[in-house]
Design a protein around this ligand. Structure first.
Ligand code: NAD
Length: 403
């Protein structure tokens, strides 16, 4: 598989548009998310209140927040206007805030020059990207926000991975036939369950913290040795294996074929003794590494559970089926998809705050959309602008060339 460098930045100053700055109010529109199972919404009343107090107009599509338990009335009380149709919502809107990428049909509803911000899943969503290019829509992809200290408040990958890690631990516990904590009762003593977390990035660390709070014995492993300190600080045991695969920008690099074999062998003993395994291992732009083979699953105890957070990018377990829960060798294997949508109230709140911080880069102190996209965070995250795909790897894929 080819490596896609998702973070290639090519230009440092991008003119925002030929129309120049727009005077107050900026009209911000938030559509209802239409992707199956998506319960989140891109803004929440608290953020709406801040925007409307600054003089901007916020429009929310009718029922957009219902799935996340933010009813229309709360948005109205925060100063938003409720739009009863998509046409009313978008008519004259300058900025559209989304969670999931727009579909081609949704892009067709956007007027030229509209700025749309959200997860774009750019390299897997080429048709919609091409349509945004052709309709001269401007799109910012939150997955490309650089993971620098200044951008932490807009790091939606992290906020949503936090939600995903939490839900993974809860799902694991819910599907496990055992108690997680140790119990000393008149009916005997119960030994605590063992939870193993593979991949101790943002989601993995949250899964560790949650499983610890539930009282389990927690072990964790990551190919980045630096993750060991964070794991231990949460009270979990870090499995010291012989591999250190620190890559660029704090991410892991892909292992060599020999390292992969070593890792699978070393991880398998820990997998066999675990009651719950939560896997989160990922390498940006690549298929998820295979950590648990079919043979290893066969060594697990009946009733054990695997929650595979990498299901959508190929799975860390060989038997994972994305979007499905299957039982193999008596082991429940959960091909987790979009776990943040299972805690939509808080994941929407965190996401909305991320977007609020991002908007502060786009709207200047006078309340107008900036004339030029000079901020390095805007430059890194711009996907499409004025008829051009600005993100090189996506453009290369669209033109059929190599990324
Ligand atoms: P990710 O989702 O890309 O990967 C999850 C984890 O899987 C990572 O910890 C990675 O090391 C691990 N992994 C990859 N291959 C593996 C393998 N073969 N076996 C075991 N584990 C494997 O990563 P993420 O959670 O988004 O973040 C990873 C890093 O980025 C962390 O160091 C995190 O602290 C850092 N980060 C920094 C900032 C910031 O500075 N603003 C923000 C977020 C994350």
């Amino acid at each position: 598989m080819e490596v896609i460098n998702l973070y290639r930045v090519e230009q440092t100053v991008i003119p925002a548009g030929s129309k120049g700055p727009t005077a107050l109010p900026v009209v911000v529109a938030v559509p209802k998310e239409m992707a199956p199972g998506e319960q989140r919404v891109a803004t929440v009343p608290e953020v709406v209140q801040k925007l409307t107090k600054s003089g901007h107009e916020v429009r929310i599509e009718h029922d957009a927040g219902t799935g996340a338990y933010y009813p229309d009335e709360l948005f109205t009380a925060a100063g938003a206007k409720i739009a009863s149709s998509r046409t009313d919502l978008l008519n004259g809107a300058q900025i559209v805030l989304r969670v999931q990428p727009p579909t081609v049909a949704e892009v067709d509803q956007l007027a030229k020059g509209t700025i749309v911000i959200g997860f774009m899943n750019a390299t897997h969503n080429l048709e919609a990207v091409a349509r945004m290019r052709d309709r001269k829509v401007t799109a910012f992809a939150l997955e490309f926000v650089p993971r620098i200290t200044r951008a932490q408040s807009m790091d939606a990958l992290s906020s949503q991975a936090t939600a995903g890690g939490y839900v993974a631990a809860i799902l694991g516990a819910d599907n496990c036939p055992k108690f997680l904590p140790m119990l000393t009762t008149a009916a005997g003593t119960i030994r605590p369950a063992t939870v193993l977390i593979l991949g101790a990035g943002v989601a993995g660390l949250m899964a560790i913290a949650t499983a610890k709070r539930l009282g389990a014995i927690v072990e964790a492993y990551d190919v980045r040795r630096a993750a060991g300190e964070q794991v231990r600080s949460l009270g979990a045991r870090f499995l010291e294996l012989e591999i250190n695969a620190e890559g660029q920008g704090g991410y892991a690099r892909e292992l060599t074929p020999a390292e992969k074999v070593t890792e699978q062998q070393m991880v398998s003993a820990a997998v066999a003794r675990a009651d719950i395994v939560i896997t989160t291992a990922a390498i940006p732009g690549r298929k998820a590494p295979l950590l648990i083979t079919k043979e290893t699953v066969a060594t697990m105890r009946p009733g054990a559970v695997i929650v595979d957070l990498a299901a959508e990018s190929g799975g860390n377990c060989e038997l994972t089926q994305a979007g499905k829960t299957v039982t193999e060798y008596g082991v429940t294997i959960i091909g987790a998809q979009n776990l943040p949508a299972r805690v939509p109230f808080h994941s929407s709140q965190m996401y909305a705050k991320n977007l609020q911080s991002f908007l502060a880069l786009l709207i200047d102190k006078d309340g107008a959309i900036v004339k030029e996209f000079t901020d390095e965070i805007l430059v890194a995250s711009i996907l499409v602008h004025e008829g051009t795909v600005r993100h090189g790897p996506t453009r290369d894929l669209l033109s059929g060339g190599k990324p």
